[in-house]
Design a binder for this molecule. Sequence first.
Ligand SMILES: [Zn+2]
Length: 324
Amino acid sequence: MSNLFSGLNARMRAAQRVEHANPIIPSDEPILGGLRPSNSAPRVSLPQSPSLSESMRITPPTIDWPRPLPLWLNPAYSKHIVKGNLMTLSARPKTVEHGEWIAHQVVEHYRILWNFVRVVHEKEDNGKAICNKSSCPQMSAGTNRSYTWLNKNHEPVDLPANEYMTLMQRWISGKIDDSSMFPTDPDGVSFAFHQEYSAPTAAHLFHQDPVEEWPGSRSGFPKHFASTAQLIFRQIFRVYAHLYWNHFVDPFYHFNLEKQLNSCFSHFILTATTLDMLRPEELEPMQYLIDLWTADGTFPLGSKPYLYANVERGKYISSLGRRV
Ligand SMILES: [Zn+2]
């Protein structure tokens, strides 16, 4: 994925930037915050088609987001760099233990995400970043949503998005680098038993084992590993949501990176929902894109996102964009 970003810095230097990034503030645990009103999400005009429902003689599904809809809901801009079945990318190999698979996905999706964050987050030669406290005074994800951070007293505080993402990066890196949370000893790796590949005696012994188990327990992952992984997935989702709502056009569309963003985000959604790392209600800021991707087959029947989507609404959103 890193090759996708080669040559970007040179092009970035030519772009106009607004403000210096804010200094980093001390890290804290990103326990879930509330949703706050926000007015900071720029949108791009997408022509509406009021006559569509009449011509098709149908009642269109409810689209309760303010118009114009964001550019990423136009099917011309919601495409991917790869074609094929994403399900195979997100399917756990049968012999890989569940906890090991979750850990692999956490590390991989965090690494991929940070390639995108770097684009908006790092200062350029002029000392300015695209995502700064003026452009993004809150960690917003839409016109009515922003995420708060909990300070040391567990009080929710509004932070500029760049500060939020810096804290988030520090928090996730701390978890991944913590060998008691993400064991790195190769001798501790275990494998999932599978009846086709495991000796009958081994499988028999496993099923006889009365010891309490949890995802990753046989590989040395702590009992709260899955809940920590869930928090990390939740944070990654929030950052993706901010990138879509606030930065899809500038810089990702301007630098022809929107297909890469779409590919990585759809893969993330498929993985996170398949592993039950995101609840359906947490997807709300990006629900219409998930609907759209379900309608266009990105999330096929049988996938977890398909269960969480409104396919008819996705088809309707798609029809709006096609009339541009
Ligand atoms: Zn931002």
